[in-house]
Design a protein around this ligand. Structure first.
Ligand code: ADP
Ligand code: MG
Length: 699
């Protein structure tokens, strides 16, 4: 225990040392940077000052030159004035020497003075001027020199250089404080460890005392001594525990981690301490700190538990949804899957906002102008879902069709949302859709069960175009050529229902297939006869509804019973408004007819979901074709295809509301099996009708 504690302390210490070293390294780097910055700054200041000095020096030089020139000129003038003065004094001397009368002399003097003083006065004034200008120049030079001597105005210092020293100082202070605290903490740990060892030793020796004593009998009988022993034992135990908690708390402070304990007593201990008011003592403060640490740990644990509970709730919700869907499925509810297609290249180029989001496995959210709307389906597939993943969810329906159920899978949605992609796949069949995949799945199951059952697979493929059913196994051109009297009209195909309510296409050719490849070849042949027209919404948009019916007859080789299942695969035409597609003339007629059939489908869905007594199946050929799939005896799967983009948000909402209604419809799926006898009787009747001879073993 002790060894472990030492090891922990050692570990903690090295961890802390590492942290400190890193801090120092960072500080060194920082200082280096600061020094570099300062040198750069000095260089800049010196160059700036030199620049300033040189301009001042230039100005001074030019000033000095002009001053010297002026000075020279002034000197010359002074020279001239002095010459003049000398000449006039000589003249004066000569006149005195000539000895004129005092009157004359005075008179002469007055006249001379008045004459000769005039140029002298002018020269004196000029001299004064020159002196003044000389003084002025001198003052200017002195000022300039003084200015030169005065210090350059300080350049504004960058804020970082002002802050940096403070920062470095602070960092140093923090570093010192950290070292001090570390030392203090180390000391506290050491002291606590020592105290703990001491307390443990005392406790051990106290616990050993009764066993070691030879006078045990006396001690046990002496009640007083016994109670003393008990109280000191509990006191020591408490103390050991206290030191242990302190040790743990101190270790945690050093490592910065929360203690690993589930000790709920800590909370009550803290409450006790707070209640007793021991908080005023240092011991109390220490204890409160320890308790707080323990409580923090418990809080962390509770948060984790909370997180787990939320996770559990989410998974529970998902599970509940799954089971709910299963129950609904068993009740015969139509299953609805929602598939969000990825944004198209044009939408991405136009920067269309994505407003549709898959929230979880079962929910999709649409951001509308009025706020977000959430829809729930049996499953939601996002843009990244592969064709394989989607088919994985539909695979089991193929088994049902082989088992004798009437199965329908249909795609609904706005043009360009991926109905054909989902049902058929892309043009190059790099991403085959439900149709080719079901063909393969069907023949895989048939192959697996070939020893127990005898299978017959046949198919009809129809197109509902302008409210007219066309057999796609018959090309319009070929038909017109073979029967000129029909004026290009294909054979009349009518929708009928057998006694069990299963829809079949009377007048449509049914072709047999013995492999998935053969079946797909038939499908390709049918596609070649389709009406396809380019619209603005989708260049390859199919403007008609495609209905593929695959009948599987299986004869049980053991008991001779026969089951007949049907797999209907429907790729509906787009549900968008005609105006948006930019359709004209015959395309407008197509669009109107599509809208009519789809609104009839909508009416049927509404009536069924509202459980109205009358369901208007007869309003359109489409609803007649789908009569056994909606509210009928089929196991039905609808895939609602939607666009993720903001520009299609209205159509997306309409489709999702439709799909939500479809989800509420309950079908009554039943297996279509006949006993061996009935199957044989039917065969005999067929033979009699066609005029064949009936063998005895047939009956
Ligand atoms: P619809 O049949 O509903 O009119 P399409 O199936 O023709 O629409 O799809 C329109 C375009 O979008 C096609 O080019 C198709 O390849 C592409 N597309 C649709 N859904 C997806 C998807 N889930 N992943 C990739 N491309 C898709
Ligand atoms: Mg299509």
């Amino acid at each position: 225990m002790l060894c472990y504690q030492e090891w922990t302390v050692q570990k903690v210490r090295s961890h802390f040392q590492n942290k400190l070293n890193t801090l120092r390294r960072i500080l060194d780097l920082y200082q280096e940077k600061v020094e570099k910055k300062n040198t750069e700054w000095e260089k800049r200041v010196v160059s700036k000052m030199l620049e300033l000095f040189s301009t001042r020096l230039d100005a001074l030089h030019s000033h000095q030159a002009s001053t010297l020139q002026e000075l020279q000129m002034a000197r010359q003038e002074v020279g001239k004035v002095q010459e003049l003065l000398m000449a006039s004094s000589q003249e004066q001397q000569e006149a005195t020497e000539e000895g004129a009368s005092p009157e004359n002399k005075v008179q002469q003097q007055t006249v001379d003075c008045s004459e000769s003083d005039l140029p002298l006065e002018g020269a004196k004034a000029r001299l004064e001027d020159l002196k003044e200008s000389l003084h002025q120049r001198e003052r200017e030079i002195t000022e300039l020199l003084e200015a030169e001597r005065s210090p350059v105005p300080p350049l504004p210092q960058p804020p970082c250089s002002v802050l940096l020293p403070t920062l470095i100082h602070k960092a140093h202070a923090i570093c010192c404080a950290v070292s001090e605290s570390r030392a203090l903490l180390d000391q506290m740990i050491e002291e606590n460890r020592f105290a703990l060892v001491e307390a443990r030793d005392k406790l051990d020796s106290l616990q050993m005392t009764p066993e070691d004593s030879t006078d045990r009998q006396d001690k046990t009988t002496d009640l007083k001594r016994s109670s003393e022993y008990e109280s000191s034992l509990s006191l020591l135990q408490d103390r050991v525990r206290e030191y242990e908690v302190s040790q743990m708390a101190l270790d945690c402070i050093r490592t910065g981690e929360s203690p690993e304990t589930n000790d709920c007593d800590a909370v009550s201990e803290l409450e006790d301490i707070l209640g007793q008011g021991t908080i005023r003592t240092t011991e109390g403060v220490k204890s409160v700190g320890q308790q707080l640490l323990l409580m923090q740990d418990q809080l962390k644990q509770m948060k984790e538990e909370n997180k787990k509970t939320i996770e559990n709730y989410t998974s529970e919700r998902t599970m509940r949804m799954k089971y709910y869907n299963m129950v609904e499925d068993m009740k015969g509810k139509i299953r609805v899957l929602c598939r969000i297609r990825p944004p198209s290249r044009i939408e991405a180029a136009q920067g269309e906002a994505v407003v549709v989001d898959k929230i979880d496995e079962f929910s999709v959210k649409v951001e509308t102008a009025r706020g977000p709307r959430e829809f729930q389906f049996d499953k939601v597939f996002c843009a990244e879902t592969s064709q394989e993943d989607l088919f994985h969810d539909t695979n089991r329906l193929i088994q049902s069709a082989i088992d004798g159920y009437n199965v329908c899978i249909f795609a609904y949605g706005q043009t360009g949302t991926g109905k054909t992609f989902t049902m058929v796949g892309d043009k190059e069949q790099k991403n085959p859709g439900i149709l080719p995949r079901s063909f393969h799945a069907m023949f895989d199951i048939i192959r697996e069960n070939s020893t127990k059952f005898d299978y017959k697979v046949s198919a009809y493929m129809l197109e509902l175009y302008n409210d007219r059913l066309q057999d796609l196994f018959v090309s319009l051109a070929g038909e017109a050529h073979a029967q000129p009297q029909s004026h290009g009209q294909a054979r009349r195909v009518e929708i009928k229902r057998n006694r069990k309510g299963v829809v079949f296409a009377q007048g449509a050719e049914t072709k047999e297939a013995s492999s998935a490849q053969e079946l797909y070849a038939l499908f390709q042949q049918a596609c070649a006869n389709r009406h396809i027209s380019a619209t603005k919404m989708n260049v390859e948009s199919s403007r008609s509804h495609l209905i593929v019916g695959i009948m599987v007859e299986s004869r049980n080789l053991t008991n001779g019973s026969v089951s007949t299942g049907k797999l209907s695969l429907v790729d509906l035409a787009g549900s968008e408004r005609a105006a948006k597609t930019g359709a004209k003339d015959h395309q407008l007629k197509e669009a109107n007819s599509i809208n009519k059939s789809l609104s009839a489908l909508g009416d049927v869905i509404s009536a069924l979901s509202a459980e109205l007594p009358h369901v208007p199946y007869r309003n359109s050929k489409l609803t007649q074709v789908m009569q056994d799939s909606l509210g009928g005896n089929a196991k039905t799967l609808m895939i609602v295809n939607i666009s993720p983009s903001e520009c299609n948000v209205d159509e997306t909402l309409t489709s999702l509301i439709y799909a939500t209604r479809v989800k509420a419809i309950t079908n009554n799926a039943q297996r279509n099996v006949e006993s061996k006898e009935i199957a044989q009787l039917k065969e005999v009747i067929m033979k009699l009708r066609s005029g064949q001879t009936v063998e005895e073993e047939d009956v």
